[in-house]
Write a protein that binds this ligand. Structure first.
Ligand SMILES: [Zn+2]
Length: 387
């Protein structure tokens, strides 16, 4: 015989699932929820009624429809109620820190991004981030923060909360970033730390190109390369939270030295700094300090971006064969460079993935661009708010 918790759990999950959808889609209608979820109309109506009664969502007055608008009932939009304290998100990149605060639903209130060598000075980077957060809170008059989620660009052991890698993020090794943040941030509820690519995937899942998708791969192509996997609509993190570390996949025929100590790793060949070095080399006479990824639009630049995309695509093709995702969402600064890089990815995925797998796949830039990680941090923080 089922216990009480077993009987009530599915219904609760239905309500929470609907609440997530309503949070992500302002003015979604009940009919759209039926379509999006595949739930029956009566299930949706019952759950929506309960959410309204609990004060967690509101339903707008239905506007009378004009002549010729069909015989269906007028559609009323649903909105989630931001009924908790604000949340905060921090995205530590290899050379930047992005700090943001949002309302209880994860809608951004204010944010700031600054350049910083995060790899070499772990506690300094944490101090800078906390300083920015403190200033934003003062400017916005924000007191209690219900939850804070931070992303770091390296392997984080989900069981111990410790950074796990002798060479990547060397100054972070053995550090428990969540404890460091908890010590420094005043008046905060939950503190949680994730791998940054997982947060990028979560941001795209909740508010970007991954919405309504069941299985996709998010790739943060930046100063390092990391992947966030979404399987069955939720992030997949592996046994210890270390899934998606594709940046150190060996590329046959390459001998470039990688910061991990091996040679020929994907991210020693494809990264922002590798591209910038190639652009400086092929454009003599331009001050290297002035060169960005989108400074040039000539044929050489397009070829370099295309070649970098092709190298990444080779690794992603194998992952596509394994996982059969419906989308590859390419984020980070390289994903934001546009079609040259993505065309390269597409060319080798089409060449090396199984034809049926490649045919079922869409390849696209991250809808949130380089904001995917911080958006994911805010969305995850909002999802942790206990109401
Ligand atoms: Zn490596």
């Amino acid at each position: 015989m089922a216990t009480t918790s077993e009987r009530t759990a599915p219904r609760l999950r239905t309500r929470e699932d609907l609440l997530h959808l309503i949070r992500a889609n302002d003015d979604v209608t009940r009919a759209e929820l039926v379509e999006l979820t595949g739930m029956s109309r009566s299930t949706v109506n019952q759950s929506v009624g309960r959410l309204i009664a609990d004060g967690r969502i509101t339903e707008s007055e239905a506007l009378p429809q004009g002549r010729g608008s069909g015989s269906g009932r007028p559609a009323a939009g649903l909105k989630a109620v931001a009924d908790g304290a604000p949340v905060a998100g921090i995205d530590f990149g290899h050379n930047h820190v992005h700090v943001a605060v949002a309302d209880a639903l994860g809608k951004p209130i204010a944010d700031e991004r600054t350049t910083l060598d995060v790899d070499l000075r772990a506690t300094d980077a944490i101090d800078v981030a906390v300083g920015i957060l403190t200033r934003i809170r003062a400017e916005q008059g924000i007191g209690h923060i219900s939850s804070l989620v931070a992303g770091i660009p390296g392997p984080l052991d989900a069981r111990t909360g410790l950074v796990r890698s002798p060479t990547i993020l060397s100054s972070w090794v053995g550090l428990a970033p969540a404890d460091e943040l908890r010590r420094r941030v005043e008046d905060v509820g939950h503190v949680h730390v994730e791998n940054d690519a997982v947060l990028g995937a979560y941001g795209e899942l909740k508010a970007g190109a991954g919405r309504y998708r069941r299985a996709f791969l998010y790739v943060k192509a930046s100063h390092g390369i990391g992947a966030g996997l979404v399987i069955d609509g939720v992030p997949f993190k592996g046994a210890n939270g270390l899934a998606g570390e594709i940046g150190h996949t060996h590329l046959p025929g390459h001998t470039e030295m990688c910061r991990c100590g091996n040679r020929g790793c994907l991210e020693s060949v494809v990264s922002v700094q590798a591209l910038l070095a190639q652009l400086a080399h092929t454009h003599p006479g331009t001050d290297p300090a002035e060169i960005g990824l989108t400074t040039f639009t000539d044929g050489i630049t397009q070829r370099l971006l295309d070649e970098a995309g092709r190298e990444l695509g080779r690794v992603l093709a194998s992952l596509c064969n394994l996982l059969n995702p419906d989308a590859l969402i390419i984020g980070g600064e390289l994903g934001a460079t546009g079609s040259g890089f993505l065309d390269g990815v597409e060319a080798t995925v089409a060449r090396h993935a199984q034809p049926a797998t490649a045919a079922a796949l869409e390849i696209m830039p991250a809808a949130l661009g380089v904001r995917a990680e911080v958006t994911g941090a805010l969305q995850m923080a909002a999802s942790m708010v206990v109401r």
